[in-house]
Design a protein around this ligand. Structure first.
Ligand code: GLC
Length: 765
């Protein structure tokens, strides 16, 4: 047995009440419980007796004035909101109850103080499931596993722990009660659900201050809602970012990029974005171009724009240590790089060789970095891909920078040991400054490999370097579901696999699955076989075309889901447990999920499979391809020839679709088809969100909401279009004249809305 040396805080010495909080002093250390709102409490314990008071990177919500009652009894202190009761025992144990007195989360030990670590151990029941934790390998349910939050590169591409992102958030769930714990620390945070000590789990921080939020709610949806209220919602991306995106390390010249772009059009495969990986730069110096291979970058970008492509380029944080290089020199002159306590600049090794790392916790650095994007945006670059920002240092054994380097953080200097997990997040803040400065009217598009809790406010995320194997595709399903539950909706994986060579079968299956992931990008590493959709023979090319087109046909549905996620914080790619919490069969389903509220996707994740089983929860479902109506509440066995991705639609859903296009908004939509999965007795409604898809005007209410409603009245179908909100400057569906056609296709009803007036103005930003 592992015997640890530890202490406990002792007993309560004194307590006092401050605005929204109670401060309780123990023999050892001090505890603060702050009320964020009636469902969310902030718990901070500092073993040295004085709070650090370092502002959180993640949390944007300020405590609200809610009534908080505090009562001091002989053996404990009781704090009540109108939803929660917290009992702090004299020995430091903290138990959370609902207001009716039901125990929700029970402390096992109080704060356990080890040398450089504080641990909290809580009771777990057999029926509890654990979800969340952001980007982690393994199953959807994290019970039985141990995880570490410590952002780092993973060049071996083995799916180990830790990985690139840290979201120290867990949800404990069973159908009767659930809660969330968000440990707001950017140092190492351990979660241990391995049940080594029967009946309890723990979370621990590598610091002398523990800082966590206890989140209460009636279901998982409410917990996510609370968490994203605390840490912010995803911004609505430009609509083109929902299209298919093509990447490779690297398309090495203007010529090659143009060929790729032309091929998509020639082969009638939709695509919106082309990425430039590190080879566009002059010897990997960020914010430069290789004049030999990309002599006319501006012209190339504009030519691509004419053809409907956006160009996104990679930016790494490592600045080449070259005295002749202006960015490095400026960094040195203005004291912008991370340093040791001695004042010496830390140099690591990244693609350009020896490199220094900007200290993005400094405001001045974020501003400087943001300004450096000026020329890129001037020549038409549409989005920025932030990579290697854990940050990766290839010169060290574990590929991370030294823990001893200092980050200044606006007068709160601490080492990387404490701030490591914030590096990528703060780099994205710097990039966002660039967008706000030089493209103030356009929605930003940032893609980041590393991030921290709250990262949904800044960027989309992809899961870094995977491999072209069936295991890695299968791992992506629970991983993306948990990233979504942890607040980051706009996420995806390298479709086709980054390292290694996909087989035609794997590539076709991965493309089908990728269509139903929020961020949809094909990417592959140098020295691997090319992975563009036409590289695997005619059959696979046809499959890719068909499914990528489907992504474009479903754009109104998809965009609507993005809009909803940007307001309610719920993931787009969601585990079945989110919608069917009572159904035990779905509590750890790892190979199927819902895309938005109505579409069930069951990707084929193994080779040579001609059938797979699919679980359909209670209610009725429609086979998307055949319209067959199937009773749920059971497993079904489905044929899965290579051309088929099993997709099912929930009865009573309306799925809006349009004609496919080469790229998003290539043409004005003049016909919207509503596919209504129909049961005679029901009333249906669906609210469609529309805006210009590119500007920030939607934040000033420049959008429209249109409700479609269908009812049966005396055997007649009555269909109505009800404007819920009309767009003011530009026209949405509800302000354009239309004619309506109804078509019946077995149990599906199709309402075809033909729009008779063109959009007034299409904007180009
Ligand atoms: C990293 C990234 C990968 C990129 C490569 C070269 O491995 O994760 O996506 O292609 O660096 O820039």
């Amino acid at each position: 047995m592992n015997i640890k040396k530890y202490q406990l805080p002792g007993s309560i010495v004194e307590n006092k009440v401050e605005e929204h909080s109670v401060i309780i002093k123990f023999n050892k250390g001090v505890l603060k419980i702050q009320c964020i709102n009636s469902n969310c409490l902030h718990v901070t314990y500092n073993k040295k007796g004085e709070f650090l008071n370092i502002p959180s990177f993640a949390v944007v919500k300020k405590p609200k004035s809610v009534d908080m009652e505090i009562e001091e009894l002989s053996d404990n202190i009781v704090i009540k909101t109108d939803k929660l009761k917290v009992v702090v025992e004299k020995n430091g144990k903290i138990n959370f109850y609902d207001i009716k007195g039901n125990l929700i989360c029970e402390d096992d030990n109080g704060f356990i103080l080890e040398q450089d670590k504080i641990e909290c151990r809580r009771i777990i029941n057999k029926c509890d499931h654990i979800y969340g934790l952001g980007e982690k390998s393994g199953y959807l349910d994290k019970k039985g596993e141990k995880y570490l939050m410590w952002n780092k590169d993973n060049p071996t591409r083995i799916h180990t722990d830790p990985l690139y992102k840290s979201i120290p958030l867990m949800f404990s769930f069973n159908p009767d009660k659930c809660y969330g714990i968000f440990v707001d620390k950017t140092c190492k945070v351990w979660f241990d659900f391995s049940e080594e000590i029967e009946g309890s789990y723990s979370f621990a921080v590598d610091d002398f201050e523990m800082d966590f939020y206890f989140i209460y709610g009636s279901d998982l949806k409410q917990l996510i809602h609370e968490f994203t209220n605390l840490t912010g919602k995803m911004y609505l991306p430009p609509k083109w970012a929902l299209g298919y995106q093509q990447c490779r390390w690297s398309y090495k010249s203007e010529q090659e990029v143009k060929e790729i772009a032309n091929n998509f059009r020639k082969k009638n495969i939709p695509c919106d974005v082309i990425y430039l990986d590190i080879d566009y730069m002059n010897e990997y110096r960020v914010f430069t171009w290789d004049d030999y291979s990309f002599p006319e970058s501006e012209k190339m970008i504009n030519d691509l724009k004419e053809k409907g492509y956006q160009v996104v380029i990679i930016i790494d944080p490592g600045v080449k240590a070259d005295p002749e290089y202006n960015i490095y020199r400026e960094g040195l002159d203005r004291d912008l790089f991370c340093k040791y306590i001695t004042g010496d600049i830390y140099h690591g090794e990244v693609w350009p060789g020896k490199a220094a790392f900007p200290d993005f916790t400094k405001k001045e650095v974020r501003q400087w970095w943001g300004e450096k994007h000026k020329d890129l945006f001037k020549i038409g670059v549409a989005g920025i891909w932030n990579d290697m920002n854990e940050p990766s240092d290839l010169s060290t054994d574990d590929k991370t920078v030294s823990e001893d380097i200092i980050m200044e953080n606006e007068g709160n200097p601490r080492t990387f040991r404490h701030y490591n997990n914030s590096y990528g997040f703060n780099m994205c803040r710097a990039t966002l400054e660039g967008f706000n400065l030089f493209k103030p009217q356009t929605r930003p598009f940032i893609l980041s490999r590393s991030t921290y809790a709250g990262g949904q406010r800044l960027s989309a995320a992809w899961t870094g370097d995977n491999s072209s194997t069936w295991e890695h595709m299968a791992l992506a399903v629970p991983k993306l579901m948990n990233i979504g539950l942890s607040g980051i909706s706009f996420a995806g994986v390298d479709v086709g696999g980054f390292g290694g060579n996909a087989t035609p079968e794997l590539f076709a299956r991965w493309m089908q699955f990728g269509v139903f992931t929020p961020f949809f990008r094909g990417h592959s590493a140098r020295k691997t076989k090319f992975h563009e959709p036409w590289k695997f023979g005619k059959e696979v090319e046809d499959i890719c075309r068909k499914y990528i087109k489907l992504r474009y046909q479903l754009l109104p549905y998809n965009y609507n889901e993005f809009f909803k996620s940007s307001t309610d914080g719920l993931p787009i790619m969601r585990p079945l447990v989110l919608e069917y919490p009572e159904d035990e069969s779905v509590h750890n389903i790892n190979d199927q999920y819902l895309y938005g509220e109505s579409i069930m996707v069951a990707p084929v994740l193994k080779p040579s499979i001609c059938k797979r089983k699919v679980y359909l929860p209670e209610g009725h479902w429609y086979d998307f391809w055949t319209d067959e109506r199937i009773r749920g509440g059971k497993y079904i066995l489905v044929d899965t020839p290579l051309y088929k991705l099993p997709v099912y639609i929930k009865e009573n859903s309306i799925i809006p679709m349009i004609e496919d296009m080469n790229y998003v908004d290539e043409k004005d939509v003049d016909c919207l088809r509503l596919h209504i999965y129909f049961d005679q007795n029901q009333k249906y409604s669906y609210t469609l969100y529309e805006d210009d898809g590119i500007s920030k005007e939607y934040l000033k209410e420049q959008y429209s909401l249109t409700k479609f409603e269908l009812k049966m009245i005396e055997n007649k179908i009555v269909f109505q279009i009800i404007p819920e909100k009309k767009i003011i400057k530009r026209t949405g569906i509800n302000t354009r004249l239309h004619c309506i056609l109804l078509k019946r296709r077995s149990s599906r009803l199709i309402v075809v809305i033909k729009l008779l007036i063109k959009l007034i103005k299409k904007i180009k930003l």
